[in-house]
Structure formats: structure tokens, C-alpha cells
Design a protein around this ligand. Structure first.
Ligand code: G3P
Ligand code: MG
Length: 240
């Protein structure tokens, strides 16, 4: 099977070169020559999908509290750019639809990782799936550690291209893949063995999070189709 991946995928939008999960990150990734990006989507208390990784605001924003307990308007009053670097102050956490519009404009293949807050798996999947069914051109793939979220997204959007997102490859991975109707497998890079690579031959697979060239070289030599990286600048444009 041929790969449908860009080889180098900017993790959390622009990797470490911009605030994670930011519109600035998408622009930097595109400027570097990345053809693909990944980001994390979580719901606010009022059901608005936003780009944010953690269930709480403290690490990446100037705010405090839980994403699932605050409205989108309240979350977006806080600065999600300045904590990375003052050059990015003041920018709110992007909405999912803003990020998707930027990806479309920049021509970026997009890995939408549904990142539900605990207890909100099905609702998050359903809302993201519904948005995709109504608006998306399908240039990318949807993934989640939560099978509940992924299943809800698939129910809301027929023929949604999905990847299984795993920390390591279980022996019965093919059964899970069929049950989920997944087209690809995303694995933690440090757990990937030559045995896994041999088993995955013929299946599109990608690894996160690869921040050293040497690790990327090892994975591509094993047959990995793409890597998620915080350091897309480690690869030249014609390697992407
Ligand atoms: O989707 C790949 C990767 O982003 C999964 O890990 O924690 O960075 O979302 P995390
Ligand atoms: Mg992610």
C-alpha cells in the first residue's frame, strides 16, 4: 500500500517553533515546507472544539482551571501564545474551525487528534465528526487515544479516514483496526521495534514524537511512513 502521509508532520501545529496548538504554528510549519500538521482538539464547557492538549489551562495559557468546565469565550480571554514566548503574546487558543480554515488556506494535510477531556469522549467525537461531515475536504486523517471518541466521530461522519492512536502495538492490533475501521496506525516512536515494523508492512503507519534526526532515520529505515515532530526544521524541504 502506498503511503498517504506527508513524511514530516509538525506536531501540535508547528512543533516547538511556535506555541503548541496555535495558528502561528501552522504558518511556521507551512513556511518551513511541511506538508502536514497534527493538533489536539478538546471541547469547552459550551461544546466548542478548541485546540488544546491538556485538560487544564495552566501549562500552555495564562489561565487557570479545566477546559471542560469553562466556556470557549472564557478560555479565549487567556493568552495561549505568551507562555511560549513573549513574541507570541497575546493570542487565544484557536477554535477548531479557525485551525481547519488555516490548514485549508495553507494547503496542509491535517491529523485531527480528538483529545476528549475525561468523561466527554463520545460528545467530543460526535461534535468534531459532525463538523467534519459538514465542512471537511478530507485532506488528512482523524485519530484519538479514545476509541469511544473515534467511534462517535465515525457515526457522525461516514467514511471518515481514521487512524488508531496507540502507545505500543498490541498482538491483536489487526482485530482492533478492523473493529474501528481504521486505515492507519500511529505509535509512540520509542516503543517501535523491528518486529512491529515487519508486522505493519502493508499498513500505513506513523510515529510520534520524533525530535532527533537519528530517531527519524531509524524509523524511516524500518518502513515508517511519517513522523510527528516538534522539530520539523531538522529536515530539508525536499525530505518532507
Ligand atoms: O497524535 C500524535 C501525538 O500527538 C499523540 O500524543 O500527547 O502529543 O497528543 P500527544
Ligand atoms: Mg496530539
Amino acid at each position: 500500500m502506498t503511503s498517504f502521509y506527508p513524511r514530516i508532520i509538525a506536531h501540535r501545529c508547528g512543533g516547538a517553533l511556535a506555541p503548541e496548538n496555535s495558528l502561528e504554528g501552522l504558518r511556521i510549519a507551512a513556511r518551513l515546507g511541511c506538508r502536514g500538521v497534527e493538533f489536539d482538539v478538546m471541547l469547552s464547557a459550551d461544546g466548542i472544539p478548541l485546540l488544546i492538549h491538556d485538560e487544564t489551562l495552566e501549562r500552555t495559557t495564562t489561565g487557570h482551571g479545566r477546559v471542560a468546565e469553562l466556556t470557549a469565550a472564557a478560555i479565549r480571554q487567556f493568552d495561549a501564545g505568551g507562555p511560549h514566548h513573549r513574541a507570541y503574546a497575546v493570542s487565544p487558543a484557536p477554535t477548531f474551525s479557525e485551525a481547519m480554515a488555516a490548514c485549508k488556506e495553507l494547503g496542509l494535510w491535517t491529523n485531527i487528534e480528538i483529545k476528549p477531556a475525561a468523561g466527554h469522549e463520545s460528545t467530543t467525537g460526535a461534535i468534531v465528526g459532525r463538523w467534519l461531515a459538514e465542512n471537511w475536504n478530507g485532506h488528512g486523517i482523524v485519530s484519538s487515544f479514545s476509541t469511544l471518541a473515534l467511534t462517535a466521530a465515525q457515526q457522525a461522519a461516514t467514511n471518515l479516514p481514521c487512524a488508531m492512536l496507540l502507545e505500543s502495538l498490541p498482538d491483536d492490533w489487526q482485530t482492533h483496526m478492523q473493529a474501528l475501521d481504521a486505515k492507519a496506525v500511529h505509535l509512540a516512536a520509542n516503543a517501535v521495534t523491528a518486529k512491529n515494523a515487519a508486522a505493519l508492512k502493508g499498513t500505513p503507519w506513523a510515529c510520534y514524537t520524533v525530535n532527533r534526526r537519528q530517531e527519524g532515520d531509524r524509523l524511516f529505515a524500518l518502513g515508517c511512513h511519517a513522523v510527528f515532530t516538534d522539530r520539523p526544521d531538522l529536515w530539508s524541504v525536499n525530505e518532507m
